[in-house]
Write a new protein. Structure first.
Ligand SMILES: Cc1ncc(C[n+]2csc(CCOP(=O)(O)OP(=O)(O)O)c2C)c(N)n1
Ligand code: SF4
Lengths: 395, 304
């Protein structure tokens, strides 16, 4: 148990960074992430948090500077949203390729043009192929807890992590949050072991030019080529599902809360109809399921907490027993469908017992989507598959 | 005490044989003397995509005895800021962080991150080696390319604009130390880097780095080309300590003797200028004279 405070998800993220004793922070303001940058700046200026805060001139620089700070051994933090995240795109690949354990809060917002400051998940989904782990949170408690877990996971496998939570819906909504005590966090997350190799003696050329094929070093030992490094990143990010699960269990042992590892289920034990979603929308789907259950429909929710690496076997397992699966998501891969539905369908191809799958794109740019609409849309799919459509949009 | 003899330079070579830079590369000679002025083991270099990346060799072998952290093309000022902050946060003291970027990575794509770092007063040295074009990608124009130069993106008309005045932009950030240098005047360069090492805050040094394949002159003429650039006033050697401007080395000697070669003497040995029009040459001379006169005026005002 910690201390209950009524706070927003942004404050939860800022407090989590402090509890994790980050050493270098670099961030550039963008709605709805801005309060994170302001609250951390105040903590650093007041001396509550002993860290270097770099007030950079852009998001590209924000990520470039935390990558470099991490390379010389510091625990680092940054945060962004929407166009800020897109502006980081080059650096996202660079960070993952550098194998630095950065944790970044991504406050989900629709991307321009045209400008919107309101929520959807197009920003982070568009960055899914950059080699980062992506974790999506349901509420502010999950934000603070996931941030703490994320440092453990990232530092264990040397892969950066985006902790994603919905703009305004979570970032600006105050709810009670159990804020862990510092000594408990310190026990769960020991200080970062310095792996920089900087010792005042050893020359290094970090992230140099590399050839495609393995090449011997000065002692004749064959060293990896570009593709070997890419393969290791892929193997390690796939393997991180295990670390994510075990860190979540350990977190439960220490703090008494588990978030389901990579995928969570709601009423899935006897469900005949599944709703699949991510983030606060998945949380809203549980309300829709309560309504459907009251109408005699055996529905349940599959909440995808970790989108990259994609937890395919867990999703296949949960969906194998159901008759229909209805996807709701706040993103689209233009020219095709929602990314989550696409990925889950690909995963289900291997499975013998496939449910009827329908998918909806909802809530782009803050478009309101209510639990009863989700229930109604699910009901349509229960009666017969709806291939793919956009909910609550006039053509 | 100014360095006046090779014997005064540290013997240790930080760049071992086997670099991947071209023969007669001005950047290579610049880097060699700059690293001699910095402390072995205590120097961390930030390098963007450029000829510097290539000079540093192909994984897993490097000929340079420093800690070099490569960063994306636009990111040098930010990466250096992160290194400085990370070292401080992890209690690694006494390191000198040196960003080493080309004119493309400085004047053009990297100017935002550089300006950010200089405005924040990050404690580092930024060295721009100016070879007046994007050489790593094959001699495209940069905003540092001079008027009248043929580049691969100004192949027929040649460059129609003067070189950007980067020093004025940098000076607008109010730095404690700004200097120019040339590999053709290695003692002057060495002394400036050495001095910069012990100044606190953001320090900027711009080195004019002749490039045989990019400019079109024989490899053996590197030093000659560097000297002609200074003697014609195309590149002026000076330093600005806390706002006080002083000519140095050959430029100072020229100021005292009141003698200067013509721009045409400098450009005639370079194929990039072989199509220069009379009008462009006159403009380039006029531009050079104006800058030189401004330098003289400033020098004598600040050093009465
Ligand atoms: C974002 C981005 N755009 C373009 C490039 C391609 N590129 C690599 S080096 C380079 C030119 C570098 O020019 P400069 O900074 O002057 O250094 P030089 O090559 O002359 O040493 C370019 C255009 C890149 N690596 N990254
Ligand atoms: S192209 Fe020019 S700057 Fe680049 S390595 Fe060759 S000589 Fe040096």
């Amino acid at each position: 148990m910690g201390q209950i405070e009524i706070i927003t998800a942004n404050t939860a993220a800022a407090i989590a960074a402090k509890l994790c004793r980050v050493q270098v922070i670099s961030a550039y303001p963008i709605t709805p992430q801005t309060p994170v940058t302001e609250e951390l700046a105040a903590m650093v200026e007041s001396g509550d948090l002993k860290a270097e805060y770099i007030t950079v001139e852009s998001e590209h620089s924000a990520l470039a500077s935390v990558v470099a700070a991490s390379q010389v051994g510091a625990r680092v933090f940054t945060a962004t949203s929407a166009n800020g995240l897109l502006y980081m795109h080059e650096m996202l690949h660079w960070a993952a390729g550098s194998r630095v354990p950065i944790v970044m809060a991504c406050v989900n917002r629709g991307v321009g043009a045209p400008w919107t400051i309101l929520n959807d998940q197009q920003d982070t989904i568009a960055q899914r192929d950059t080699g980062w782990i992506q974790m999506y949170c349901r509420n502010s408690q999950e934000v603070i807890d996931t941030m703490i877990q994320a440092y453990r996971i990232a530092e264990q496998i040397q892969i950066p992590i985006m902790v994603c939570y919905d703009g305004f819906i979570l970032s600006h909504a105050s709810t009670p949050v159990d804020v862990p005590f510092q000594d408990e966090v310190d026990r769960f997350l020991p200080s970062l072991e310095d792996r920089s190799g900087i010792d005042g003696k050893t020359p290094m050329n970090v992230n140099p030019l590399i050839l495609s094929d393995p090449r011997p070093d000065a002692n004749g030992v064959l060293m990896p080529g570009y593709m070997e490094f890419r393969y290791r990143l892929q193997q390690d990010i796939l393997g991180s599902l295990e670390a994510i699960q075990s860190v979540d269990s350990e977190f439960q042992d220490t703090f008494g809360r588990s978030w389901g590892g990579s995928v969570w289920g709601y009423h899935m034990d006897d469900a005949e109809h599944a709703i699949v979603s991510m983030g606060s929308l998945a949380s809203e789907c549980t309300v829709a399921v309560d309504q459907l259950r009251s109408e005699g429909i055996k529905a349940g929710v599959v909440g995808v907490r970790v989108y990259r690496p994609f937890p395919s076997s867990q999703i296949v397992e949960l969906l194998s027993g159901v008759r229909t699966a209805t996807f709701f998501e706040k993103d689209v891969s233009y020219g095709y469908q929602g990314a989550l539905a696409m990925d889950a369908k690909a995963a289900m191809y291997e499975s013998k017992s496939r449910p009827e799958i329908s998918s909806y794109v909802v809530g782009l740019g803050g478009r309101d989507v209510r639990p009863e609409q989700l229930a109604e849309a699910t009901l349509k799919c229960v009666k017969g598959p709806v291939q793919h459509c956009w909910l609550n949009v006039s053509g | 005490m100014a360095t006046t003899s090779v014997k005064q330079l540290p013997k240790t070579e930080m760049i071992l044989p086997g670099t991947r830079s071209c023969a007669g590369c001005g950047l290579m000679l610049t880097y060699r003397h700059a690293l001699k002025a910095l402390d072995e083991g205590k120097t961390i270099v930030a390098v963007p995509a450029s000829c510097m990346t290539v000079l540093h060799g192909v994984y897993p072998i490097t000929p340079v005895k420093v800690v070099c952290i490569n960063n994306p093309f636009a990111a040098t000022g930010a990466a250096a800021s992160g290194i400085v902050a990370g070292l401080k946060a992890t209690g690694k003291s006494d390191y000198t962080v040196v960003a080493f970027a080309g004119d493309g990575g400085t004047y053009d794509i990297g100017i935002q991150a550089l300006s950010g770092a200089l405005e924040r007063g990050v404690n580092f040295i930024y060295i721009c080696y100016d070879n007046e074009g994007y050489m790593n990608t094959g001699t495209q124009r940069s905003s540092a390319s001079p008027l009248g130069a043929v580049t691969s993106t100004t192949p027929i008309l040649s460059k129609l604009q003067h070189k950007k005045d980067m020093i004025r932009i940098v000076e607008a950030h109010d730095l404690p130390y700004i200097a120019t240098g040339s590999p053709a005047f290695p003692f002057d360069l060495f002394d400036k880097v050495k001095y910069a090492k012990d100044v606190l805050g953001s320090r900027y040094i711009e080195v004019h780095a002749p490039c045989p394949p990019g400019w079109g002159f024989p490899n053996k003429d590197l030093v000659k080309m560097g000297k002609l650039a200074v003697e014609s006033g195309i590149h002026v050697l000076f330093e600005i300590r806390e706002g006080r401007f002083s000519l140095t080395s050959r430029s100072l000697a020229m100021a005292k003797k009141g003698r200067k070669m013509n721009v045409s003497d400098y450009i005639k040995g370079q194929t990039r200028f072989k199509k220069i029009s009379g009008a462009h040459l006159a403009q380039l001379q006029e531009f050079t004279d104006k800058k030189w006169n401004e330098s003289l005026e400033r020098h004598f005002r600040d050093n009465p």
